[in-house]
Write a protein that binds this ligand. Structure first.
Ligand SMILES: *[C@@H]1O[C@H](CO)[C@@H](O)[C@H](O)[C@H]1NC(C)=O
Ligand SMILES: *[C@@H]1O[C@H](CO)[C@@H](O)[C@H](O)[C@H]1NC(C)=O
Ligand SMILES: *[C@@H]1O[C@H](CO)[C@@H](O)[C@H](O)[C@H]1NC(C)=O
Ligand SMILES: *[C@@H]1O[C@H](CO)[C@@H](O)[C@H](O)[C@H]1NC(C)=O
Ligand SMILES: *[C@@H]1O[C@H](CO)[C@@H](O)[C@H](O)[C@H]1NC(C)=O
Ligand SMILES: *[C@@H]1O[C@H](CO)[C@@H](O)[C@H](O)[C@H]1NC(C)=O
Ligand SMILES: *[C@@H]1O[C@H](CO)[C@@H](O)[C@H](O)[C@H]1NC(C)=O
Length: 654
């Protein structure tokens, strides 16, 4: 329906019935910048400068609500029948860590714009435990859920559902969309990219339909359709808007544009006309401009600037300090040749911060691994490069040797010994390429401990690794464990803004105090080492979204099993019971000790190596008598360096 026709019909209706005015509300918010006053926000919800509405941020267990500030009439007062309504909106879910999304968002009709008493996490900011299922009020929601909650019988961690006064969906389907030729395509809600959704309720057919698409055009076929009469579910007037939440895992939930119409069809959005998401250049606009204008001049201009840009970037710039660094500096051309021009075929993987290629050292047969990465800040890169000299001098049989480096513009290349057996994570998770035997696992753990002890205590200065995880443990030809990527995380903590330091680390390996202090210590390395110990024994990641809820967090699960005296239940079933029980208990117990919430109570690497070598017995591990209360608890807890016969364990979830 064209807008003119709509206006005409509207005036016609107005002439016949004068109470209809309140029933016809049309919203069309292309970004929320100019309608700040028309939105009622609460919780973490914010409207950013560029008009982007963010419902949550990457803090844990928060919720955000954004409703149109005035209630809208949803029912015909003379016969109590719900009106038809229609809404289109564009949203994006940006998970803090790829693969591990928070909880999702919901298009919501509610009698309250604040939803007092609602919970975050799996409740999406809509309801709470006590009222779920027996809700006296009126809530109708279409959820775009990115987390699987077994309590609510969720079908998966990427679905769309219709909820009525309850978190258990009346109907739900996996997120997907239809192409014009009716082909069904899967859609990843946590891709971080804008997705358009349409919710249409037809009060004649008593039918609600939901459509999704990553594009601007409304698909013909709905992905979810449900027969339902909302007349008894909606109140006379309702607030309409969005609700969202985060839990232990977080995503930032954005709404880029929103249109809504009662008794009419909501207008769709051209996604490229909406505010852009943080960190994304509006490439789409560029593409559209180019294709629409399509003038030769633009293309010529771009080609010329690209050419000039390349010419400048190609310069293999050497700066004063670099000349003093010594023999390990390769030229960019040498490394290019060594890797066959960074061919896809030579790609070993996406380790740590960049792509890793296999190559052969110039003028020899020595295989090498070349890690190639770009940095947003040249300043950061320059500062870091001065440290390569010292990192290059670190030598230990359980560290991957750094052979050399090269720099060109904003790109840094590091040359390492080639590790033919790849990284440890490939042997532990999902479909492992081989099952490591118990003796192999135990040996690798001891290797890593010995490499880490060298970094912490045995070199001329303390080196904090900052990113210990299975993916950074490499296996050489004899399956010896060697730590890679040491010292590198520092580069990434130096963002382009020297005042803000980014915390680098991987979820599940990151010590809890890091999110507060942002300052990595040897003790936060030990925490990560503990997580590594547990995964090697259990054969799974520290956080496993696909696991049962009580098994989601590996440390908590191991601790629960420890308390109930069934600790061996957690050992990797793929070992088929072939493992040394005493050693397994040792690793699990040590893993727990390293995972202590209280940093001071975690053992030092020196101690850990002695435990692993069987030189000292582990102290008794007992549940802390109280809840962690900062310094007091730390004082009561034994220092990790002392020899005591017991040790208090403060679990993560305390
Ligand atoms: C938004 O609020 C202003 C007053 O603050 C009002 O004049 C305007 O009509 C409202 N717009 C919509 C779409 O509700
Ligand atoms: C995120 O939202 C919470 C709750 O409103 C707030 O306390 C916190 O400061 C916000 N964090 C950021 C980074 O904006
Ligand atoms: C409301 O219901 C009355 C009685 O059924 C009907 O005449 C009227 O057209 C309805 N109004 C709208 C806007 O649907
Ligand atoms: C969805 O997208 C995210 C971010 O790109 C990615 O980490 C995740 O693996 C994707 N999930 C699926 C099921 O493809
Ligand atoms: C439902 O609507 C009526 C009439 O608009 C209002 O008086 C009542 O407070 C509403 N109920 C709730 C729970 O908001
Ligand atoms: C749950 O929500 C209801 C109403 O929304 C509120 O009265 C109640 O206090 C809340 N319960 C909890 C435990 O917060
Ligand atoms: C939807 O779910 C609610 C709560 O479980 C239930 O009361 C209602 O009957 C369901 N409605 C339909 C149409 O299935």
């Amino acid at each position: 329906m064209s807008r003119k026709l709509k206006l005409y019909l509207f005036l016609l209706l107005l002439a016949n019935q004068n109470h209809v005015l309140a029933q016809h509300d049309d919203l069309f918010f292309q970004g929320f910048d100019r309608v700040r006053n028309n939105m009622s926000l609460n919780g973490a919800a914010k409207i950013k400068k560029n008009g982007l509405l963010s419902l949550t941020n990457d803090s844990h267990s928060i919720l955000g609500h954004a409703f149109y500030s005035r209630p809208i009439k949803f029912k015909n007062s003379s016969n109590g029948k719900a009106f038809s309504f229609s809404s289109a909106f564009v949203f994006a879910v940006v998970p803090k860590y790829p693969n591990l999304g928070g909880h999702g968002l919901a298009f919501t009709l509610s009698t309250s714009s604040e939803l007092p008493g609602a919970f975050p996490r799996q409740y999406l900011g809509l309801l709470n435990k006590t009222v779920d299922g027996s809700f006296p009020g009126h809530i109708f929601a279409v959820e775009f859920d990115t987390h699987r909650d077994y309590d609510f019988f969720d079908i998966n961690d990427n679905h769309v559902g219709v909820n009525i006064n309850s978190m258990v969906s009346n109907k739900s389907v996996p997120a997907a969309y239809f192409l014009p030729d009716s082909e069904k395509k899967e859609l990843n809600l946590t891709s971080g990219k804008p997705i358009q959704a349409w919710v249409d309720y037809d009060s004649f057919k008593n039918q609600l339909e939901v459509r999704l698409s990553p594009f601007s055009t409304k698909p013909i076929h709905p992905i979810l359709s449900i027969d339902i009469d909302l007349s008894n579910i909606l109140n006379d007037s309702m607030y309409v808007g969005f609700s969202s939440s985060t839990g232990l895992l977080t995503s930032t939930h954005y709404v880029l544009g929103w249109s809504f119409s009662v008794n009419g069809e909501a207008k769709s959005f051209s996604i490229s006309s909406l505010p852009s998401l943080p960190g994304t250049k509006n490439l789409l606009v560029l593409v559209v401009c180019v294709s629409v204008a399509s003038t030769f001049v633009i293309i010529l201009g771009i080609a010329t600037s690209l050419y000039l840009f390349r010419k400048i970037k190609d310069g293999d710039m050497i700066e004063g300090w670099e000349l003093q660094v010594g023999p390990n500096r390769f030229s960019y051309q040498e490394l290019r040749k060594a890797t066959g021009g960074f061919r896809e075929k030579e790609l070993l993987g996406f380790g740590g911060f960049g792509k890793v290629y296999r190559g052969t050292l110039p003028n020899s047969d020595t295989p090498i691994a070349v890690k190639r990465f770009c940095h947003e800040s040249r300043q950061g890169l320059r500062e870091f490069s001065t440290e390569i000299t010292s990192i290059g001098r670190l030598r230990h049989k359980n560290l991957v040797r750094l052979l050399g480096w090269s720099r060109r513009g904003g790109e840094l290349l590091l040359v390492y010994d080639y590790m033919p057996n790849g990284s440890l994570d490939k042997y532990l998770f999902e479909k492992p390429k081989a099952i490591l035997k118990w003796e192999q696992r135990f040996k690798i753990v001891k290797d890593v401990a010995s490499g880490l002890l060298y970094l912490h205590e045995e070199w001329e200065q303390t080196v904090i690794h900052r990113d210990i995880k299975a993916a950074n443990v490499l296996l050489d030809s004899e399956l010896n464990g060697r730590l890679g990527d040491f010292g590198l995380a520092k580069l990434y903590e130096r963002g382009s803004n020297p005042i803000t330091t980014k915390v680098v680390g991987t979820l599940g390996y990151m010590a809890p105090e890091l999110t507060k202090t942002g300052k990595p210590t040897t003790s936060s390395d030990v925490f990560a080492f503990g997580a590594l110990l547990l995964e090697v024994v259990c054969g799974r990641r520290p956080i496993e979204p696909k696991a049962l809820p009580e098994e989601l967090i590996l440390v908590d699960w191991v601790w629960d099993k420890w308390k109930s005296g069934a600790i061996l239940d957690v050992v990797d079933p793929r070992l088929k019971g072939e493992f040394d029980e005493i050693e397994a208990v040792l690793l699990l117990k040590l893993g727990l000790m390293c995972s202590n919430y209280v940093p001071k109570a975690r053992p030092l690497m020196r101690k850990i190596v002695r435990y692993l070598e069987g030189e000292v017995a582990l102290p008794e591990l007992i549940a802390a008598p109280d809840v962690y209360d900062g310094e007091n608890a730390a004082a009561k807890t034994d220092s990790g360096d002392e020899l005591k016969d017991h040790m208090y364990f403060y679990p993560l979830s305390s």
